[in-house]
Design a protein around this ligand. Structure first.
Ligand code: SF4
Ligand code: MG
Length: 309
């Protein structure tokens, strides 16, 4: 049974002309318990919007989110506890005025799952689980490196005992040498806590390292999804192929990368037909008119491209 199944769309209003923007359109993904599903795409493709919907931070305008078979579309307290999110920037996500012990125990006390008297032991245990010395409990965020701060943010996410964690570019702000350490921590926590992840990243090398399956998003839609090995050995969709052809390696200096010719079109004015056609080297006249559906092209391998017909 899927831990998460979701079909969702989000509509936002653009500030300039108030035209509706479909940040995410008719996306349907399910994640199995214990699985790491990577969600990949360029900046602005809608992957963070989708992650926020899954985490219950942003309600979908359409469609639904289910968790263990139950509707979780409304940001219920239960869903809030089940699903936690780890963000890109551990400098911005930790309140600099709070001590580590406060940062880690605040939410659990608020939700009544931790008594104040038990907090010191609770904090020490979580610090140990994320590879930090329990004596750090009474320090402040500015006393830590980026990687240590991200460990604190992870401890805070774990404090509510979630089953599912949405990681949105969770290692992208870190030094390359620290990225692998944090990825290994996520993998260890999957084993020890039975966690399931939606792992959002623009960085394919990171996703190849951690994900069991990969979904590729382009302009708010999934264009390809299959297991990680297949994505990297025999990607089907021209967009996926282009992303992989020019992906930076995990040990290279990673910056926000724009590997493909041309800019990501504005979601305000998505191209007709296949949204990738203005940048696709294989585009035909059909591609300019008809939007390709996501079809199963091999067992558990889905792609949205007319070339498969
Ligand atoms: Fe390229 Fe056409 Fe396939 Fe779109 S449908 S990815 S434009 S070949
Ligand atoms: Mg983002």
């Amino acid at each position: 049974r899927s831990t998460f199944a979701r079909a969702a769309s989000a509509v936002g209003l653009a500030k300039d002309n108030q035209k509706k923007v479909h940040a995410v359109d008719n996306v349907s993904l399910s994640v199995k318990p214990g699985e790491v599903l990577g969600l990949v795409g360029e900046s602005g493709c809608g992957k963070s919007t989708f992650g926020r919907m899954v985490a219950g931070i942003l309600p979908p305008t359409n469609g639904s989110i289910t968790f263990e078979g139950k509707n979780a579309t409304r940001a219920s307290v239960e869903n809030h506890l089940n699903v936690q999110m780890v963000f890109q920037n551990p400098y911005a996500s930790l309140n600099p005025r709070l001590r580590v012990d406060q940062l880690i125990s605040e939410a659990a006390q608020y939700h009544g799952i931790l008594k104040p008297a038990d907090a010191p032991q609770f904090v020490a245990s979580l610090l140990q689980q994320v590879g930090l010395d329990p004596s750090y409990a009474n320090r402040y965020p500015h006393q830590f490196s980026g990687g240590q701060r991200q460990r604190i943010a992870i401890a805070r996410a774990l404090s509510l005992n979630p089953k599912f964690v949405v990681c949105d570019e969770a290692v992208s702000a870190l030094d390359v040498s620290v990225q692998a350490q944090i990825l290994n921590l996520f993998m260890d926590l999957r084993e020890s806590k039975g966690l399931t992840y939606l792992f959002i990243s623009h960085n394919l090398a990171v996703v190849e390292y951690i994900a069991d399956r990969v979904a590729i998003m382009y302009l708010g839609r999934i264009v390809e999804i299959t297991d990680t090995k297949t994505i990297f050995k025999s990607a089907n969709h021209p967009y996926t192929q282009a992303l992989i052809a020019d992906a930076p390696r995990l040990d290279a200096k990673v910056a926000e990368h724009r590997p493909i010719q041309g800019e990501l079109p504005s979601p305000l004015n998505p191209p007709a037909g296949c949204p990738f056609h203005p940048r696709c080297q294989n585009a035909t006249s059909r591609c300019k008119e008809e939007r390709p559906a996501l079809k199963e092209i091999a067992p558990m391998h889905f792609s949205a491209c007319h070339l498969n017909d």
